[in-house]
Design a protein around this ligand. Structure first.
Ligand code: SDX
Length: 451
């Protein structure tokens, strides 16, 4: 018997079906709300709207829980799998057998090169080009060179496309860095695992191979796998929205890169380090930064703090904070920015402004400290987030395509512009009065909510 929610509108009762997810999350199914009531639901940032049923990642924001295909992420800190293994889990729904992992890794190695003609694109970008712009452009250009990957109906084709995308995006990221420094491209090495190969392609020189310290390689594996998926975040929702028109996987992931770029989303890991550096350089004190974040008259928000879903400590931030200490200790290094970050966190978590609003460190607050210790340049930080998130985008795109009920996403709106008016011939138009503004329709903020 389906449980129902009752909506009373204009004295009429409407019954809306309820359904419950694996972990007890309840949803009111409003699929037929407009047909039944003539009304649409309104939630411009979708924070109260479930856009899909997904079996990939479970997040409990109130209790700081995150599981990939049911496995709590804390177990990945303890078991230290490599990123490719977690990518397989996220994409195919279960941990790979040794033979499957070996085959998937082999495909990564096989597909690591990019079409020779693609390399000329890098020469056309200005040396100051933002790596996220290059990443999005080059992922899209994969569509030009590998059209055979548009047809992903069968499992074998999809598995090949997933491995190809994961491997080639790693190469594109490394080449974006190399081209920004005018350095020669370094081909992947068949004997290196995913992260060691990336660092090799980033930092090796023609005369000297870069050999990643296993401590560094493990740290990069952990950073990437912790980013592997996170439900319907802004960039993943973008990948699904683009994929819902049946756009190909490359176009959908290229769009995801663009959404991730914003400082409210994946761009925050770079903003955190820039903020910590300013405190270190005495441009601002920690107290002044917290004061600016609390000032409602500014748009400044404390980077790396707060979250749409977590109203408690982001479990990834807790793991990354521990990993910072472990990595720097093993490398025998100090990073003054880590001390500043820990001081800032301590102050914020003793400040009612942050605690009362449920503002805690998120995944971006400590990830940059690790990327710095690895030697990743600041302008590549969000690219690293994208590399980590790629398995999630691929899995979510596939889940959308495998859902027989999925159709093109097309939200509605509430129109608040001009009511009907006629075209005015040019000669009859007069200068608008000062309070007319460019378009004298009622402003969104002035929208009158019906009583
Ligand atoms: C990621 O969605 C995901 O899953 C994303 C992600 C993923 O893995 O894909 O987890 C990755 O994007 C993490 C977030 C990275 N962004 C940042 O660190 C940027 C700084 N954070 C904020 O901009 C903000 O917290 C957001 C954008 C992340 C969330 O914004 P919301 O939904 O508006 O936050 P909220 O509703 O919890 O805010 C409640 C109050 C508001 O103030 P009041 O109206 O109550 O006065 O807290 C304020 C907000 O203005 N607030 C902050 C703040 N975050 C929220 N004030 C100061 N500093 C902040 N960081």
């Amino acid at each position: 018997m389906t449980e129902m929610a009752t909506l009373i509108l204009d004295g009429k009762r409407y019954e809306l079906p309820l359904f419950t997810g694996t972990e007890g999350e309840r949803a009111i199914d409003i699929t037929n709300l407009r047909d039944q009531t003539g009304c649409v639901a309104y939630d411009p940032s979708y924070s109260n709207v479930g856009s899909c049923r997904s079996a990939i990642t479970f997040i409990d924001g109130e209790h700081g829980v995150l599981r990939f295909r049911g496995i709590p992420i804390e177990q990945f800190e303890r078991e230290t799998p490599n990123f490719v293994e977690v990518a397989y889990l996220i994409i195919f729904g279960r941990l790979p057998t040794p033979a499957e992992l070996q085959d998937f890794s082999r495909r990564m190695t096989e597909y690591a090169h990019i079409h020779e003609a693609m390399k000329y694109h890098f020469e056309a970008f200005p040396i100051t080009a933002p790596p996220m712009a290059i990443l999005s452009a080059m992922i899209n250009s994969l569509s030009c060179f590998y059209p055979e990957l548009f047809q992903l109906e069968d499992k074998e084709q999809f598995e090949s496309a997933a491995a190809r995308l994961l491997s080639k995006v790693r190469t594109i990221a490394a080449y974006a860095y190399r081209s920004s420094l005018g350095l020669p491209f370094i081909a992947s090495h068949s004997n290196l695992r995913y992260c060691a190969n990336f660092l090799h392609m980033m930092f090796s020189m023609p005369y000297e191979l870069y050999r990643a310290d296993p401590v560094i390689e493990d740290a990069l594996n952990l950073v990437l796998l912790l980013h592997a998926d996170h439900g319907q975040n802004c960039s993943t929702a973008t990948v699904r929205l683009v994929g819902s028109s049946r756009a190909n996987l490359f176009a959908s992931c290229a769009a995801g890169v663009c959404a991730l770029w914003g400082p409210l989303h994946g761009g925050a890991n770079k903003a955190v380090i820039e903020m910590l550096q300013k405190i270190h350089d005495k441009e601002h004190s920690a107290d002044e930064v917290l004061g600016m974040a609390k000032d409602r008259d500014t748009t400044f928000r404390l980077p790396g703090f707060g979250h749409r879903v977590y109203k408690h400590y982001d479990p990834r931030a807790a793991i990354l904070k521990r990993a910072c200490d472990r990595l720097l200790d093993k490398l025998g290094r100090q990073d003054p920015l880590l001390q500043i970050a820990q001081e800032l966190e301590g102050k914020a978590l003793n400040d009612p402004f942050f605690v009362d609003r449920g503002l805690y460190p998120n995944v971006d607050f400590y990830s940059g400290i690790i990327l710095r210790a690895i030697g990743i340049p600041l302008n590549m930080f969000t690219v690293m987030f994208a590399l980590g998130r790629l398995p999630g985008w691929i899995a979510q795109w596939r889940e959308l395509h495998d859902d027989p009920s999925s159709t093109i996403c097309r939200p509605r709106q509430i129109y608040v512009g001009q009511s009907r008016r006629d075209y005015l011939p040019l000669e009859e138009r007069i200068d608008p009065s000062p309070d007319d503004g460019p378009d004298s329709s009622p402003q969104l903020s002035g929208i009158k909510r019906s009583e």
